[in-house]
Design a protein around this ligand. Structure first.
Ligand SMILES: Nc1ncnc2c1ncn2[C@@H]1O[C@H](COP(=O)(O)OP(=O)(O)O)[C@@H](O)[C@H]1O
Ligand SMILES: [Mg+2]
Length: 225
């Protein structure tokens, strides 16, 4: 058994203007290496909050997140951010491209930030762009792309550092069917060929049905479906 993610009674309570919102309530989730899990649930049920606690972006109110057995919220901010960059690829709604860099340089940014850009990074960037039908846009700036194209570049970029885990929060939310299919094929390919563990939040039940395990978030609790 190779457990890559474990949460223990993970809980998030937001305090806003004197009132408490229990966004995530005691979620204990176990994910084995190489799983591809979809998470469905109504808007406001706590999906984004759960993913961002697992990804080290939102500090839990109670409970723990273990990644490869390491309690990530016991780390210093600096350790956590290094850990995150090394292990996790994010596809969140807010993940946006840098407007002053070309698509190609946006793709190479994760490599540039963690050292030196090499031939292998250039090749990987091109291969990922090809898988999303965007190789001919490598020299363009984000503003020259449609919203859907920008979204797909951000999706491709999440794989640049060969993350062990991908946390994808409705990555196909605003895409047309064809682009959505390309993104799903990329996720499936990376899961099968590179053994990447994936948690995918989606509204699309057809996409969810294509993963081996689907969980449902309901008012802050997570149920097997
Ligand atoms: N930063 C925040 N501050 C206060 N409340 C929040 C915050 N983020 C989310 N919430 C609330 O927590 C609940 C769960 O939100 P969220 O995790 O975004 O759900 P989902 O992704 O399933 O739509 C909602 O009631 C939402 O309004
Ligand atoms: Mg959300």
């Amino acid at each position: 058994m190779n457990r890559v993610i474990a949460t223990e009674r993970l809980t998030k309570i937001y305090n806003t203007g004197g009132s408490e919102i229990k966004a995530v309530r005691g979620v204990s989730l176990r994910v084995e290496k190489g799983e591809f899990i979809s998470i469905v649930g109504h808007s406001g049920s706590g999906k984004t909050t759960l993913l961002s606690m697992i990804g080290g972006l939102t500090r839990p109110t109670y409970g723990r997140v273990l990644i490869d057995g390491v309690d990530i919220w016991a780390m210093s901010d600096e350790e956590l951010s290094r850990f995150r960059n090394r292990k996790i690829g994010f596809m969140f709604q807010f993940s946006s491209l840098i407007s002053t860099l070309t698509v190609r340089d946006n793709m190479l940014l994760p490599a540039a930030l963690s050292g030196k850009v090499e031939q292998q990074h250039e090749e990987r960037a091109l291969e990922l762009l090809e898988r999303l039908g965007l190789e001919h846009r490598a020299g363009a700036y984000p503003a020259q792309l449609s919203g859907g194209e920008q979204r797909r570049v951000a999706v491709a970029r999440a794989f640049m550092n060969r993350p062990e885990i991908i946390l994808a929060d409705e990555p196909t939310g605003d895409l047309d069917e064809e682009s959505e299919e390309q993104v799903m094929e990329l996720l499936t390919h990376m899961n099968r060929e590179e053994g990447v563990t994936i948690l995918l939040v989606t509204h699309n039940l057809e996409l969810a049905a294509r993963t081996r395990r689907t969980l449902r978030m309901r008012r802050g609790r997570l149920e097997e479906r």
